[in-house]
Design a protein around this ligand. Structure first.
Ligand SMILES: Nc1ncnc2c1ncn2[C@@H]1O[C@H](COP(=O)(O)OP(=O)(O)OP(=O)(O)O)[C@@H](O)[C@H]1O
Length: 347
């Protein structure tokens, strides 16, 4: 059953164009000039109940704008959107009752009152039954490790503490949908891990649909089976993370440790087209290659022809490298590999 349905959903903004300096500002006051910025091109999107979807793209791609339309904060310029059967911007109150939202940079907590009191205000606002509130609160305090700071006001919390409190606040009323905009931005590894584990558990146990934007690809690898990539306001990829990996993460690196220097090998590899040498020291180096061009055993044998290999280990390209290549325009996701492993366009 689909829970989010968008059809030809788009958003444009009018942006002021000013010449620089005071003169420009004064001129703009009398002769205002604007250009239309299309933040989100007409897009279709269907999300099934219980899915975890990563919505990623470079800065300014249109991620937050899409999320704001789905949460009802922004009114679309065209198209339709329904979330759990409701048009979010037309039925804001009803919509608020069925969603949880965390926007990494902002807080929904009251700045000057203890977190516990913010939570009980939310209980009243959302009319959460006592038993649900009590169960959720106890569970969230434990899972997110909030005991040490729950009596402080939001103003006094560190970023990691505030994010945990915000996440708990967004889920107190058991919403079926959770939107997260950069939920782990600026957090240390252990808090990131706590937050990811918590989201995973909520998704698994309550079948909460999770849609998140992130620049941290660890969030995607840890949390999301489905990946949507948006660029210049258009969706350029919608599919599984696994598929992106197997289609495009084709680079492999083998790290070698050898017993004596191998200048001949280094010379030959430097001239080789398909293999890239990276020297760490006389006795330690790595060789990168495309796994569709060479097998790992071919690369290892080539090194062993020149000397004794003490140790080696192999790494595949990370999803991070693949997505970076997409953002940099080096990789076209509308392409596929043929039976020879060559990239061919699908358009
Ligand atoms: N209120 C606004 N008024 C004018 N232009 C806007 C407004 N909000 C967003 N934009 C423009 O729309 C485009 C998309 O912005 P959006 O915030 O959705 O990008 P994003 O993908 O979330 O980027 P980031 O990763 O940097 O947060 C940008 O060019 C931005 O300048």
């Amino acid at each position: 059953m689909s829970i989010i349905e968008a059809r030809q959903l788009s958003k444009s903004f009018m942006q002021a164009v000013k010449d620089p300096g005071l003169k420009g500002a004064v001129k703009h006051l009398f002769i205002p000039k604007h250009i239309e910025k299309i933040a989100v091109q007409p897009l279709d999107l269907t999300v099934e109940a219980g899915e975890t979807v990563a919505y990623v793209g470079p800065n300014g791609a249109g991620k937050s704008t899409t999320l704001k339309m789905l949460t009802g904060i922004l009114v679309p310029s065209s198209g339709t959107v329904t979330v759990n059967g409701i048009s979010p911007h037309k039925n804001r109150m009803q919509n608020a009752a069925q969603i949880g939202a965390v926007f990494g940079q902002r807080t929904q907590l009251w700045w000057d009152i203890p977190i516990t009191e913010s939570f009980s205000l939310l209980k009243d606002i959302y009319q959460i039954p006592d038993s649900v509130y009590k169960t959720n609160l106890e569970q969230f305090i434990e899972l997110l490790g909030m005991n040490e700071f729950i009596h402080l006001s939001a103003r006094k919390l560190s970023l990691g503490q505030r994010m945990r409190a915000d996440l708990a606040a967004s889920l107190l009323h058991n919403p079926p949908i959770l939107y997260l905009d950069e939920p782990t931005i600026g957090l240390d590894v252990s808090v990131k891990q706590k937050i990811r584990e918590f989201i995973k558990k909520i998704n698994l146990e309550q079948q909460t649909t999770v849609m998140l934007t992130t620049h941290d690809l660890g969030d995607i690898e840890d949390l999301c089976k489905r990946l949507i990539i948006i660029d210049h306001g258009s969706i350029i990829y919608d599919g599984s993370l696994q598929e992106v990996k197997s289609r495009f993460a084709t680079e492999r690196v083998i790290f070698f440790q050898v017993s004596s220097p191998l200048p001949d090998l280094f010379r030959k590899l430097k001239q080789s087209d398909g293999m890239k040498l990276d020297i760490q020291s006389e006795l330690e180096f790595s060789v990168s290659f495309d796994r569709y061009e060479y097998t790992a055993s071919e690369v290892v044998s080539r090194v062993m022809e020149h000397g004794e290999v003490v140790d080696f280990r192999m790494e595949d390209a990370s999803i991070e490298q693949v997505i970076k290549s997409v953002y940099d325009g080096k990789l076209n996701l509308n392409s596929s590999r043929n039976s020879e492993g060559e990239l061919v366009s699908c358009l």
